[in-house]
Design a protein around this ligand. Structure first.
Ligand code: NAP
Length: 328
């Protein structure tokens, strides 16, 4: 039975990845932070077979202890301060967790493996936000990185540190440059979930309008359930490497609103959407679209869920959830 340690187990990807690994017969350990994490129960309910270990990416000793208990064959580093907008106001914290946290866990892995460095396989959750002010469209593994937020800068640090551990120590350390991926489990602070929740509430008469930032920015959105498969596939390869994981399609926030409102039968939504400069980013990332040909050719990975299906899935889920919450 293979053993896996997942950081960020309480997050969207952590839950999907835990389900995938459990379905493949892994013994799964999840790192959870804080003395009374409000998501503890959610993880226990969703993936009861996961063993939870307390620890924090900023605390190397807690990671060393987690490795000693979990004795992992595979480590998936999904933990991060992951909300780009938050990272401008909390740049030091984002650097410590999303950037230096990667160094901490790589170091914990190296110390744990000792002379047996090939005994461990490591996945780093890199991000399309590293492309920022995009230097090439579509973006591939060789596109110059030009991050445009403290989050993006921290991810670049983690990305290169992962490559450095691969090249310096021969560690099987891979980095997945994942483009935006969403699901009904996405945090409500992220734009797709903000829209699906608001559209559900508007359709039920629980909310009047939705306040948005830039409707023209475009993203390459896929389904989180598909993307965790790519993470796993990377660690099954003979050689570690870096891979772009994306759909290769780009859609604007405007299109997102269109599909979401259409799902609840509202075709004319312009009066229901207000724009507020408070929701604009200090530096915008305009055209993110990924070229995942390498993942397709080497890993045999392709996305299964398309944009319309994804947004429809999220809106349907939020309609049911909001109905239950409001006792409708
Ligand atoms: P998420 O839902 O925001 O989850 C982030 C996770 O990190 C949570 O479990 C959080 O725990 C944990 N975390 C935060 N601070 C920590 C710390 N100091 N020590 C240990 N864990 C900590 O993110 P996600 O969408 O699942 O994404 C997973 C990873 O992929 C992240 O690294 C993200 O940056 C990256 N990524 C995501 C996307 C995307 O579109 N989803 C795209 C590219 C890359 P708490 O619950 O305790 O806060």
């Amino acid at each position: 039975m293979k053993r896996a340690l997942i950081t960020g187990i309480t997050g969207q990807d952590g839950l999907y990845l835990a389900e995938l690994l459990l379905s493949k017969g892994y013994r799964v350990f999840g790192l959870i932070r804080g003395q009374n994490n409000p998501k503890y129960e959610l993880v226990e309910r969703t993936v009861p077979a996961v063993t939870l270990l307390t620890g924090d990416l900023t605390d190397l000793s807690s990671l060393i202890r987690a490795f000693a208990v979990a004795q992992p064959d595979e480590v998936y580093n999904l933990g991060a301060i992951s909300f780009v907008a938050y990272s401008w106001d909390n740049a030091h914290l984002t650097t410590d967790v999303t950037g230096k946290g990667v160094l901490n866990i790589l170091e914990a892995a190296r110390l744990y493996a000792g002379d047996n460095i090939e005994s461990i396989r490591f996945y780093q959750a890199s991000s399309s936000e590293m492309y920022g002010k995009v230097q090439q469209v579509p973006q591939s593994e060789s596109t110059l990185l030009w991050p445009r937020s403290p989050y993006g800068v921290a991810k670049v640090f983690g990305h290169y540190m992962t490559i450095n551990y691969r090249e310096s120590y021969g560690m099987h350390a891979s980095s997945g440059i994942l483009f935006n991926h969403e699901s009904p489990r996405r945090g409500p602070e992220f734009v797709t979930r903000k829209v699906s929740q608001a559209v559900a509430r508007i359709s039920l008469g629980l909310q009047d309008e939705i306040v948005m930032g830039n409707l023209d920015s475009k993203r390459d959105w896929g389904f989180a359930g598909d993307y965790v498969e790519a993470m796993w596939l990377m660690l099954q390869q003979d050689e570690a490497d870096d891979y772009v994981v994306s759909t290769g399609e780009t859609h604007s926030i405007h299109e997102l609103l269109d599909v979401a409102f259409n799902e609840v039968g509202i075709n004319e939504w312009r009066d229901l959407v207000k724009q507020d400069p408070r929701f604009l980013r200090p530096a915008e990332v305009d055209l993110l679209i990924g070229d995942s040909a390498k993942a397709k050719n080497r890993l045999g990975w392709t996305p299964k869920v398309g944009f319309h299906e994804l947004i429809s899935m999220m809106v349907k889920n939020d309609v049911a959830e909001q109905k239950a919450l409001a006792n409708l």
